[in-house]
Design a protein. Structure first.
Length: 107
């Protein structure tokens, strides 16, 4: 396989937002799957400690799609400053590699 596989992590403000972003990225074949988990987040924002309920999207993709994913997220996300993280996958089972390569149109 020539693709570099990655996991992308993004928090969203609501289930609807997470679903809208996941659906768009899946339809464009920029990610192979998206998992949504309810989380409680604590962070500094505008000089205050904030605590919010958010939805964490965990998605599988390939390295070459990050810029397009970031552009699409920017169109759909409600946060002015969203955090989209790309984490390399060091190893992936061979059948998962084949599947992810196929569904993200990596040639």
């Amino acid at each position: 396989m020539t693709a570099d596989f990655v996991q992308l992590v993004l928090t969203c403000g609501s289930w609807q937002e997470a679903q809208r972003i996941a659906d768009s990225l899946l339809e464009q074949k920029l990610v192979g799957c998206a998992e949504m988990l309810a989380v409680k987040s604590k962070s500094w924002w505008q000089n205050r400690l904030e605590e919010t309920d958010e939805i964490k999207l965990i998605m599988e993709s390939v390295t070459g799609h990050f810029d397009r994913i970031e552009q699409e997220v920017a169109k759909l996300h409600s946060y002015d400053t969203f955090v989209l993280q790309q984490v390399p996958i060091n190893r992936l089972s061979s059948k998962a590699q084949s599947w992810l390569t196929e569904v993200t149109e990596v040639k």
